[in-house]
Design a protein. Structure first.
Length: 249
């Protein structure tokens, strides 16, 4: 968790160029003492420089692991909005994906809830949370998506009364809905999407207007759609027409 936070802080600084300590505290929801320690550690690499009341980027080249900085910040913002949807005693499904995996980092530690997931990152994030009951699905580990896929009987997912399903998608389109490309992931996604009381889709702006091999849910079946920025007129009108709650930072 700390290693990821340090990477995200460094990426944020390189994107913004100049930031205050207060801004970093607010964005990453940590104390000023924690931010100072993190900044000292990052500054040792020579890519940032401490200034009065804040920090500035001194690097023209963004490190390789931070080349998708802007997308990572967008994904983190989406995840923060998603976590705010979770209430006491919810049974939530958190899908595998580079956006959904950040939801656990923003969970209110005081909430008692049950998390159902096939994401290794989510499992690792919530495993030590005392108020979270963790249920894991999938029987085969898929390294490139850091997820567990495949079930002897996908219908067994029907036994879970999922109140909110936070779903990722490779593509989102009006004609093909929420799509992905992996058959084993598709089986889990489709079963969960059809069962959940609320279907909440998370997708940054780069996913819209695209579709892949398999549709696991129609776009009109989505209850809440969380994206990184305001959608174009076509999608905004579609969401309004189908009573989809559209949210973005």
């Amino acid at each position: 968790m700390k290693a990821r936070r340090l990477q995200d802080i460094e990426a944020y600084i390189h994107t913004r160029k100049n930031v205050t300590l207060d801004e970093l505290c607010d964005y990453f929801e940590v104390s000023k003492n924690t931010i100072r320690r993190d900044i000292n550690q990052i500054a040792g690499k020579g890519s940032i420089e401490k200034v009065y009341g804040g920090v500035t980027s001194t690097s023209e080249l963004v490190p390789f692991e931070n080349r998708t900085t802007r997308n990572q910040i967008k994904k983190n913002d989406i995840a923060r909005l998603a976590a705010a949807c979770i209430d006491e005693d919810d049974l939530v499904y958190i899908d595998s994906g580079t956006t959904t995996r950040h939801i656990a980092e923003h969970l209110n530690p005081e909430l008692r809830l049950t998390v159902l997931t096939n994401s290794l990152d989510v499992i690792n994030s919530v495993a030590d949370m005392p108020n979270v009951s963790l249920l894991v699905i999938g029987n085969t580990y898929k390294a490139n998506t850091r997820s567990f896929v495949g079930m002897d009987n996908p219908l067994s997912l029907q036994k879970y009364n999922v109140t909110k399903a936070f779903m990722a998608a490779t593509g989102v389109s009006i004609s093909h809905g929420l799509t992905n490309s992996d058959l084993l992931e598709y089986e889990i996604k489709k079963a969960i999407a059809s069962k959940a009381q609320q279907l909440i889709a998370l997708a940054d702006s780069s996913k819209f207007g695209k579709s892949t091999l398999l549709t696991y849910a129609a776009l009109e079946d989505v209850d809440i759609l969380i994206s990184s920025e305001a959608l174009d007129e076509q999608y905004a009108e579609f969401c309004a027409r189908h009573a989809i709650d559209l949210r973005y930072p």
